[in-house]
Design a protein around this ligand. Structure first.
Ligand code: ADP
Ligand code: MG
Length: 354
């Protein structure tokens, strides 16, 4: 196991109160193609991740989780809104600053093999990253072994090619490569979903240990509430490109307010009057979000959530106002926000209008 000295810690250096990661009104629209309407993959998402904490993001397939991940790490530019890392916007300022800022946040994908070059042995994949960023130039070989130790693989994996790795080992390499640039934030997009059930806990434990040792902040994405519940400090629930509920993990889990969150928490079926159009969504809800991903959810395209609640077609508690005005995220209890007219009214706050 690699010794991690205080000097090797990546996080915790930006002053008290400055969130590690923040996004403000982030939106992503994919323009229409082949007579298909525009896809509103993200529709105004705002939240912040305190330094050293884990922010869980949960929601069924197609709700915009991976789009959010790509925007956060700069793989794609938002249609509008902004991303801040350690209090600094990533899209303004001199180029060298932006590059240094971009290094602070790294993405770990669901499929580890998708991020590894099949022709490149593990050591070279790590070495390339170090070389590109001029890190540890005088001791790169040593550093590669340290990184492999950090993910509990060890130097004997250095010469292996991706096809000689199990899924779990490949994900460890992908994590080591993300760590190579000494980031402060890891965006983990369903990092165990593609792995055998037997190795999921190992990878989760590894991620928790690394976070602790390096004082990293995590944005942990999953379609499965039961995955994020054990690791998250805060949880955001997404539905069709919006955050519909967000708060401390225990508030969201113990007292879920949005009917969609309740369905995810209880894994109970949600009646679906519009069963034809949203049948795969209904299945996803009734199985706690664990349905097979639909090829391409039609719903992200054609929901008009300006004039009615986007969850209305599936909502078991909807009232008239839900078909008249779209709710907006509003505080409903200490450290707990919800976007639901009915839940806000129940909390004594009146309809959750803009
Ligand atoms: P999730 O990760 O939650 O399953 P995604 O972020 O992958 O969701 O997708 C959100 C929505 O955006 C889906 O409707 C998806 O089909 C659409 N989408 C994602 N990427 C693109 C793209 N490059 N072009 C067009 N539509 C996209
Ligand atoms: Mg995804």
């Amino acid at each position: 196991m690699g010794e991690v000295t205080a000097a090797a810690r990546h996080g915790g250096s930006d002053g008290p109160g400055i969130p590690a990661l923040r996004c403000v009104d982030l939106a992503k629209h994919y323009p229409s193609r082949r007579r298909q309407p525009t896809v509103m993959a993200l529709r105004g998402v705002s939240f912040e991740v305190p330094a050293g904490s884990t922010f869980g993001v949960v929601g069924e397939s197609g709700c915009g989780k991976s789009t959010l991940a790509r925007l956060l790490v700069g793989l794609e530019a938002p249609t509008s809104g902004a991303v801040e890392i350690a209090g600094r916007r990533v899209d303004t300022g001199p180029r060298s600053d932006r590059r240094a800022l971009a290094r602070r946040i790294q993405l770990v994908f669901q499929d580890p093999f998708s991020s590894l070059d099949p022709r490149m042995p593990v050591a070279r994949a790590l070495d390339e990253v170090l070389r590109f960023h001029h890190l540890h130039d005088d001791r790169r070989d040593e550093r590669v072994v340290e990184l492999l130790d950090m993910v509990a693989l060890g130097g004997r994996f250095a010469r292996r090619y991706p096809h000689e790795l199990s899924g779990g080992q490949a994900q460890r390499v992908a994590i080591a490569r993300a760590l190579a640039v000494e980031p402060q934030v890891l965006v983990l997009d369903e990092p165990t979903s593609a792995l055998d059930v037997s190795v999921r806990a190992e990878i989760m434990n590894l991620l928790v240990r690394i976070q602790d040792e390096l004082r990293l902040s995590y944005l942990f994405i999953s379609h499965d509430l039961s995955m994020v519940r054990h690791v998250s400090d805060d949880i955001a629930v997404m539905y069709l490109g919006r955050v519909v509920e967000v708060g401390r993990y225990d508030a969201v889990l113990d007292a879920p307010m949005h009917p969609y969150t309740r369905a995810l928490a209880d894994a109970v079926p949600v009646p679906d009057p519009d069963a034809k159009r949203t049948s795969h969504e209904a299945r996803a809800v009734s199985h706690g979000g664990r349905a097979d991903p639909p090829p391409e959810p039609a719903s992200a395209r054609d929901v008009d959530d300006e004039h009615a609640c986007a969850f209305l077609p599936r909502c078991p508690v909807a009232e008239r106002v839900c078909g008249e005005r779209a709710p907006r995220l509003a505080p409903a209890a200490a450290g707990h926000e919800v976007s639901c007219h009915v839940a806000s009214a129940a909390a004594g706050l009146g309809p959750a209008d803009r």
